[in-house]
Design a protein around this ligand. Sequence first.
Ligand code: ATP
Length: 620
Amino acid sequence: MTRAPGIEDPRPLTGPADGSDAREEDTGPDRTWASQRALMTHLSPQRWRMAAGVLLGLVGSVMGLAQPLAAKRVMDDMSQGRPTAGPILMLSLLVVTGAVLAGLGHYVLQWSAESMVCAARCRLTERLLRLRVPVVERTEPGDLIARVTSDTTLLRQTAPQAVSAAVTGTLVTAATVVIMGFLDAVLLCVTLGVIAFVGVIVAVVAPRIGRATRQVQDAVGHIGGALERVLGAFRTVKASGAEHWETQALHRAAEHARHRGTRAAAWEAVSATASAVVVQVCFLVVLGVGGARVTAGTISVSTLVAFLLYLFALAPRIGQLVEGVSQFQIGSAAAVRIEHIETLEAEQVKPEHAAQHTRGVTARGDSSDMAAEDCRSPLDVTFRQVRFSYRPGLPRVHHEVSFTVPRRGLTAIVGPSGAGKTTVFSLIERFYEPDAGCILVGGKDTRQWPLSRLRASIGYVEQDTPVLAGTLRDNLTLGVGDSSGEELAQVLHMARLDTLTDRLPHGLDTHVGHRGSRLSGGERQRVAIARALLRRPRLLLMDEVTSQLDAANEAALRNMITDAARSTTVMVIAHRLSTVTTADRIIVMEAGCVRAIGTHGELIKHDALYSKLAHTQLLN
Ligand SMILES: Nc1ncnc2c1ncn2[C@@H]1O[C@H](COP(=O)(O)OP(=O)(O)OP(=O)(O)O)[C@@H](O)[C@H]1O
């Protein structure tokens, strides 16, 4: 398959690769509200578990809050010569129980965070596999991977802390303030001034943290995309000696992420430092004002000590609140990136059809219902005046393409590179929809077919014969689930793979490496053919499947294809005309049009292009 000049490179879902600020405009209140709503969507299913975690933490905090009062009681009893054993025991109990409850609350919150992220990952992965082919072609797979892995991790790290800090921090701060008010109203006014000041800082800085975090995650997505690009063509990069250039590109992406990361860190630092400094200043002011009031005899030393203890307790709570707001912004940024996948266009598959597809029931005719027999019959294919371009603005790839392929028999499609042959198969598989005209499979418009049933009826061997990481067995049974040893042996024999399984150390259970890297090109091609045959397709589509085979294997597979064409509809795309001279009909395509249809003999006589192709390949 060739790629037309002018086709843009796949790009990430958001943000340009040059690092310019694509999201600068995403800062309005609507955007902030939307990002918070996105985060709440993830949090709400876990609300009860989170509430339990927060409650435990809260009770722990309340016990912590009672500790200064208990300490004050110990000091008062000591100074007045009363027995102190009881108050000391109470203080110890408060310390231990408070710590245990706070720890338990933390555990329950983390548990809910794990459940939340697991649910998000399951939903995302399901969605990703249902995305439409053109949508995925326009994205960077690395960026999609980053959304499922790094963004969900960020969500897990931030969301429960944000909720816990918001609830616990607010309540404990309020309670502390009330108690401080009882102790001394003047000192409380100083403290409230501090809280107000911190509030202003948080209101200014928090949205900037959220925005900076989104930019960091976008930049991390770029690194994923760049890595995926290089690792996906690892040998090509090495053979081209392009490691240096590609490393430079990765370094640029890493630098960009660092730049974004430091900006986010700077805003977080501003927020944390401001709250810390202000709390320290407040402590000094309270110490000064409180000392003067003790000297004047307005309050007792124990009251000042208790007030200072509360202030000490309040400082981390204010820090926690500020941190909570920051975490909320970070979690919202991650949630927005995750949510974005949900907005991408996906294929509509009814659940029952998807399940059937997974078991391969329809394709393999295992169903015992009345339609079972019909489910096995071969499918004819008709293209009626099909017009198609891959995207609006791109050149048209098919111009009024029309042809009919009857049930059973071998139909070949030939023509120069870029003529639109592979596109015919992509349209039959409904990876794309035609712009005009219609495509009938089994007499029914492909748009009327339940998508998974359509695909389950077709065996498609692609041009670049992808093999997935995993065992040979996994690759053969992809999409059909368990298959009997007999079935497997049969298709392995048909694809001339039986000698390969004998050679492999663990037979069918041998791992074939990333993208089948431990297999030869010809072996990969035959694995793809065996996989398609195992589905017992009603329509078999084969795109250049013999290009990497030696003469003996090619001849054997030609015979296999001829055999298969007796019981099912077989369409093959071939550059080597030697593989299709015996086809029942040959469709000659050129520049997106069907220029002739006939047998080899007829076309040699009547079609100049075919005759020329045949002549070049020394066939005539
Ligand atoms: N995913 C795609 N997005 C945009 N354009 C595409 C895409 N796939 C193919 N094209 C363009 O569509 C045209 C037809 O491609 P197609 O793969 O159908 O040709 P082909 O006849 O199978 O070529 P070949 O014999 O080289 O495999 C080409 O110009 C190609 O660049």
